[in-house]
Design a protein around this ligand. Structure first.
Ligand SMILES: [Zn+2]
Length: 212
């Protein structure tokens, strides 16, 4: 019985697919070897291709396309990730429990960053996503009032614990931004409380007298 052209084509495709599946490893290795041997040629080819296809392609490859896709499909993506979460809820909760157990310090730092952000957003002042650790790094792990070197990790009941301070407190309308945050030791932070604007109060004068 003669096959129709369409049937023959489909069979050919199926055969090729099966072959590819059974030779996937060989093909990958071959490709890798080929790439290694032809690196220069390939770079040159790519360069020419990008040059002749203009800046549009270049821009699109700069993550621009991904960003645009994210903006345009935000709702869809959120819905999909929500659906994925609920479908795999048990597994994901177990994974995150496990992660928290294995990374207690990171988890605490993340929770603190998140709750600061929630507070700032609730108060509807300016905010940006901030990692306390970045601010501490910026301030050189030194308290911006007394100049002492703080611990690298927050410890309850330790006055040298690093704390993220809002220079103008959130309570007074200060924004949750890099510019409005600084590292204070727990001792200075406790004394600063919600004084505004911060100036050389008796506390700072005492500290400075003690240091000299
Ligand atoms: Zn201090």
């Amino acid at each position: 019985m003669a096959l129709s052209e369409e049937e023959a084509r489909l069979r050919r495709l199926a055969r090729m697919k099966a072959w590819r599946a059974s030779h996937a490893k060989e093909k990958r290795e071959y490709q890798r070897a080929w790439n290694a041997a032809h690196r220069k040629e390939k770079q040159e080819y790519n360069r020419r291709w990008y040059a002749s296809h203009g800046p549009v392609v270049g821009q699109e490859c700069n993550g621009e396309r991904a960003r645009r896709y994210h903006v345009e499909n935000k709702e869809k993506k959120n819905a999909a990730s929500r659906a994925h979460y609920y479908a795999n809820r048990e597994k994901m909760m177990e994974q995150s429990r496990q992660w928290k157990l294995e990374h207690p310090e990171e988890w605490r730092a993340m929770s603190r960053d998140a709750s600061r952000l929630r507070r700032a957003r609730r108060r509807a002042v300016g905010w940006e996503r901030i990692k306390a650790a970045d601010i501490f790094e910026r301030d050189g792990w030194r308290c911006q009032i007394c100049g002492c070197e703080t611990l690298r990790e927050w410890e309850a009941d330790n006055v040298w614990s690093p704390e993220l301070d809002h220079i103008i407190p959130l309570a007074r309308g200060g924004p949750h931004t890099r510019a409005n945050t600084q590292l204070l030791c727990r001792r200075c932070n406790a004394h600063k409380a919600a004084k505004l604007p911060y100036k050389h109060t008796s506390w700072v004068e005492n500290v400075e007298r003690g240091r000299s």
